[in-house]
Design a protein around this ligand. Structure first.
Ligand code: NAD
Length: 475
């Protein structure tokens, strides 16, 4: 289905044009100008797809892409030049370098929850690294898909950058092609399909997946500030954020105050009629909305909130109070604790001992993010050192993604590889190692090995070179 498209991109890549510094700079600047000139339409599309307020759409999507372009333009010169590395004494007289080589034709598959940013941030990395790109966005975010297509058609010839519309069938067909790199953002089950398909042609790939992100609220915190940040991070984009706190583990000392404080901030952010607030988003499709509603059919906790607007696909910010962690092991049988929530529903558990939290978190696959709210520096270290996860924050949530100096990505079930900032170059480039040999050479490597060099046994020379003079080899 896409043989001709891939063939035309491979031909264009082979023409070597995408590799020049000037070509890449021009492409990125063109993209930036086009985004700026379509800013209102992009924000409108995000509002129609996900009910995003213009400010939220700008902050979490448009600004992130613009920031990524600025970063790429700043780093571009460095990455288009070979990077000198050291040469050991064994290679005396030679020099060594690493060349950042673009892969060729890159397929970027993106999800619907941040449909603009998660399509264009990897695209910026792929362009900056000198690749040709095929973008396959999610068909659920229809309005964003339309504006993305318009921008890319305006900026680029299809043999360089092209967008493919359609559903799973089209994505599957693209995955059959002999691509040079795949960058996938989406769910764990689809990530497995993508990886299986990539393995058939040994195509290198990045997987940016999801999971259940724990949020721990220790006793030693500024409770007001912490709750305000947790409420914001959880209910941003109506809970449809891959790095949103999935469930909250709060210390028992907060049992009397926590729910009231959460309600206070929900009221402050979204008012009395929360689902009517223009700052509060909607669930993407009827199917996702129905699934989220079903997650609220729990018997193991008290549901607080849970209002629905069937027409607008909105679910009121909702809390499930599980009362104590002991119940949690029964609670794990609850569907809401078995799958990634990805909706405005926050289960809360109270704990006494941090070990209970760590044990519970470890019963799940490695999450994409983890958040700890605590002033206790020892505890902060302990969590970072003991629990494997993609990345996270101390005393905040979701904002780590907006720091382009932090590589963004998961580990294990939450993904492999990372991007953003310089990691975007690293991801979309093969690091080609080159050694330039001198004419001069040490006679050491050539047989017969029993022959002495300058009257010295070769083992002695090898020990000197590799073991700092210690006679490891001679033994
Ligand atoms: P999804 O896996 O259903 O879809 C992702 C992409 O794959 C879409 O473009 C979709 O069209 C395509 N797709 C879906 N099913 C397919 C199939 N059977 N064969 C081929 N292609 C298929 O994910 P989603 O619902 O769009 O997004 C939500 C998920 O993405 C959540 O799990 C979330 O955690 C994750 N996510 C991760 C990140 C991250 O950066 N790690 C960011 C956003 C979302």
């Amino acid at each position: 289905m896409f043989q001709d498209l891939v063939k035309s991109q491979k031909l264009f890549f082979d023409s070597q044009q995408t590799k020049s510094l000037h070509f890449r700079q021009k492409a990125l600047k063109k993209l930036k100008d086009s985004i700026l000139s379509h800013k209102q339409e992009i924000l409108q599309a995000l509002s129609e797809d996900l009910g995003k307020h213009f400010v939220e759409g700008y902050m979490s999507e448009v600004a992130q892409v613009l920031e990524e372009i600025s970063h790429a333009l700043k780093d571009l010169k460095k990455y288009t030049k070979p990077q000198k590395v050291k040469t050991p004494i064994t290679h005396f007289g030679g020099r060594s370098e690493v060349v950042y080589e673009p892969y060729g034709v890159v397929l970027v598959i993106s999800p619907w929850n941040y449909p603009f940013a998660l399509s264009l941030i990897p695209l910026v990395g792929a362009i900056a690294s000198g690749n040709c790109v095929i973008l396959k966005p999610s068909s659920y975010s229809k309005n964003t898909e339309t504006i993305l297509e318009q921008i890319l058609c305006e900026c680029f010839a299809s043999e360089y950058v092209c967008m493919v519309k359609g559903g799973h069938q089209e994505t599957q067909a693209l995955l059959e092609e002999k691509l040079d790199y795949i960058f996938f953002t989406g769910s764990v089950p689809v990530g497995k399909i993508v990886m299986e398909k990539a393995s058939k042609n040994l195509i290198p790939l990045t997987l940016e997946l999801g999971g259940k992100n724990p949020c721990i609220l220790d006793k030693d915190v500024d409770l007001d500030m912490s709750v305000k940040r947790i409420v914001w991070g959880k209910f941003f984009n109506s809970g449809q954020t891959c790095i949103a706190p999935d469930f909250l583990l709060a210390h028992k000392s907060h049992q009397n105050e926590l729910i009231a404080k959460i309600m206070h901030y929900l009221q402050e952010f979204f008012g009395e009629e929360k689902m009517q607030s223009s700052s509060y988003g909607k669930i993407i499709t009827q199917r996702h909305y129905t699934r989220a509603k079903e997650l609220l059919e729990v018997e193991c906790g008290e549901v607080i909130g849970g209002g629905f607007d069937d027409e607008k696909h909105k679910i009121e910010p909702t809390i499930i109070n599980f009362k104590n962690l002991e119940k949690n092991h029964e609670g794990l049988l609850c569907r809401v604790m078995q799958e990634e929530i990805f909706a405005p529903i926050l289960p809360i558990f109270f704990y006494e001992d941090i070990k209970e939290c760590i044990d519970l978190i470890k019963t799940y696959p490695k999450p994409l993010a983890l958040y700890l709210f605590s002033q206790d520096k020892k505890l902060q270290r302990k969590i970072v050192e003991e629990i494997p996860y993609g990345g996270g924050c101390m005393n905040d949530c979701i904002v780590q993604v907006a720091n382009a100096y932090l590589p963004f990505g998961g580990v294990g079930h939450s993904g492999m590889g990372s991007y953003h900032g310089s990691a975007n170059f690293e991801t979309f480039s093969h690091k080609k190692s080159i050694y330039y040999a001198p004419k001069f050479e040490l006679p050491l490597r050539y047989p017969p090995y029993s022959k002495k060099i300058f009257g010295i046994a070769r083992e002695k020379i090898l020990d000197f070179l590799f073991a700092g003079g210690k006679d490891g080899m001679a033994k």
